[in-house]
Design a protein around this ligand. Structure first.
Ligand SMILES: Cc1ncc(COP(=O)(O)O)c(C=O)c1O
Length: 495
């Protein structure tokens, strides 16, 4: 029998007013109203397939390749399956003879198990498995043409998002501090800044010149912000860009590093699309390689630049979003600051171990001479080429249509076309209490099942309207459906 007095009015449940206002204000359009409506429609299709004029939802709203039939790379999945069940190694001959496993995948699993300490079911150190950080450091060194990387600077994370969270939670210090973000941008950045109650300082990318970044425009924004009494402390750069698909040139990157050196900005280089480069004759340059080159050419002025680079297993040709693998490389930070990042990492104990293993496999594929080499290389190339072709196809289709203007994809996995609307669309959108781009995207979803995200969710220059679509969905049927919808929409709303 309780000794407490039971004669009371029960306390109320929580209401929104009882919650953290910053969480309420944060928005993430990629999983916002339109994707939520798409989920409802999918449920409706499952219950009653005849109730909508299409048979499935095409999820072009999120860069989630394996949801759209991209096959995982065989070698890495073979290795990870053994990590989950190491007893398989006792049946090596059988597994190899039957063709179920390649011998080098089994060897790699053994090496990884040793690195991990025997079981993916055990925590690792908070910074991540040392042997995996060694592999990542070797990869970065190779990628940057011999510019050395150190495992001490690598932090393994649950996807790149966790790395963004660590950095912004540490660097955002309230509304009198600001973070420079590109517009349009990947909305995790604005959402995080809202959560951490820190000012977002937009710098606009130049659509007409392929969504290029203009350092002079950034400096103007920095000066304006300082004049308002807000201190810019971080600059976020997404390269290749999401949602724009643009690829930065080294001279622009040098300018950004110069601004970082001059104004004491930490560079948060979101480099998760570093493998997704499609422009002929162009290549990805890491911010680290650009910084090191500047440091070599100039004495002192670049010595204090602090750079955090993030990468992920979610994109590239790996597309292993659900495995939550990622890493963060810290360059130029004081030890005391790195210790705080480590503390943040230790609060979640460690990154998922299979995700860490996935990073190891992503950055160190089988090498020439190993039995899996040819197969792995062919699979990687096929995925890369398919993405490139799909991007081109969608781009070419947009070129044919009225009222839509699209920049050629240079990288990443998105197109961000601009939409020009008639007065009738503005009026209809207003009536529906939507922005014109939201109105178009809703109509596209309801007519075709194609789910994309309105430009409003990424930020866009006032008075302009866009949408973001991935080019991951297979086949051409959905593109034809979109084309037909678009033509009907423009006919229906012609002034
Ligand atoms: C620019 C950018 N950064 C980070 C992420 C998050 O990646 P992850 O799945 O590794 O958390 C994404 C995902 O789409 C992205 O587009």
């Amino acid at each position: 029998m309780t000794k407490l007095d039971l004669n009371f009015e029960p306390a109320e449940q929580l209401d929104l007013k009882d919650l953290n206002e910053h969480v309420l204000k944060a928005e993430y359009a990629i999983r916002g109203a339109i994707p939520m409506r798409a989920e409802q429609i999918q449920d409706q299709i499952n219950l009653d397939p005849e109730s909508v004029p299409f048979d499935k939802i095409t999820t072009a709203n999120i860069g989630n390749p394996q949801q759209l039939q991209q096959k995982p790379l065989t070698y890495s999945r073979q290795v990870v399956s053994v990590l989950q069940y190491p007893e398989l190694l006792q049946h090596r001959d059988l597994l190899v003879k039957s063709g179920a496993y390649m011998p080098d995948a089994l060897d790699r699993a053994k090496i990884l198990l040793d690195k991990i300490g025997g079981s993916v079911g055990a925590y690792s150190s908070s910074q991540g498995v040392r042997g995996i950080r060694d592999t990542v450091a070797e990869y970065i060194t190779r990628r940057d043409d011999g510019e050395p990387a150190s495992p001490q600077d690598i932090f393994m994370t649950d996807g790149a998002t966790r790395a963004v969270t660590y950095l912004l939670s540490l660097l955002c210090r309230g509304p009198q501090y600001g973070v420079l973000i590109p517009i349009p941008q990947y909305p995790v950045y604005t959402a995080s800044l809202t959560l951490y109650n820190t000012a977002a300082i937009p710098y606009y990318l130049n659509e007409k010149s392929g969504w290029s970044t203009d350092a002079e425009e950034i400096e103007i924004q920095i000066k304006k912000t300082i004049a308002k009494g807000i201190k810019p402390s971080v600059i976020v750069v997404i390269n290749p860009g999401n949602p724009t698909g643009s690829l930065l040139k080294p001279d622009v990157m040098e300018d950004i590093v110069t601004l970082a050196a001059k104004y004491g900005l930490v560079i948060l280089a979101d480099e998760v699309y570093q493998e997704n480069v499609f422009s002929e004759g162009r290549k990805f340059y890491s911010f680290k390689s650009v910084l090191r080159s500047l440091q070599r050419r100039h004495k002192i002025i670049y010595d204090n630049v602090q750079l955090a680079s993030i990468h992920s297993t979610s994109k590239g040709v790996f597309g292993e979003c659900g495995q939550r693998g990622g890493y963060l490389e810290l360059i130029g930070f004081r030890n005391s600051v790195r210790e705080e990042i480590l503390k943040l990492a230790s609060l979640s104990i460690c990154a998922v171990i299979t995700g860490q293993a996935m990073v190891d496999l992503m950055v160190a594929p089988p090498t020439k001479g190993q039995p899996s080499y040819e197969m792995d290389k062919a699979e990687r190339l096929a995925i890369h080429n398919t993405l490139k072709e799909r991007g081109e196809l969608l781009y070419n289709t947009f070129q044919e249509l009225e009222g839509i203007e699209c920049q050629r994809p240079q990288g990443a996995m998105y197109l961000f076309p601009r939409l020009y609307f008639s007065q009738k669309v503005y009026d209809a959108a207003k009536k529906a209490d939507l922005q014109p781009d939201e109105f178009y995207c809703h109509a596209l979803l309801e007519s075709t099942g194609i789910c994309v995200v309105p430009g409003t969710g990424f930020g866009q220059e006032e008075g302009t309207w866009h949408l973001r679509t991935t080019f991951l969905a297979p086949g051409t049927e959905w593109i034809q459906k979109w084309k037909a919808f678009h033509q009907d929409f423009y006919k229906k709303y012609a002034d």
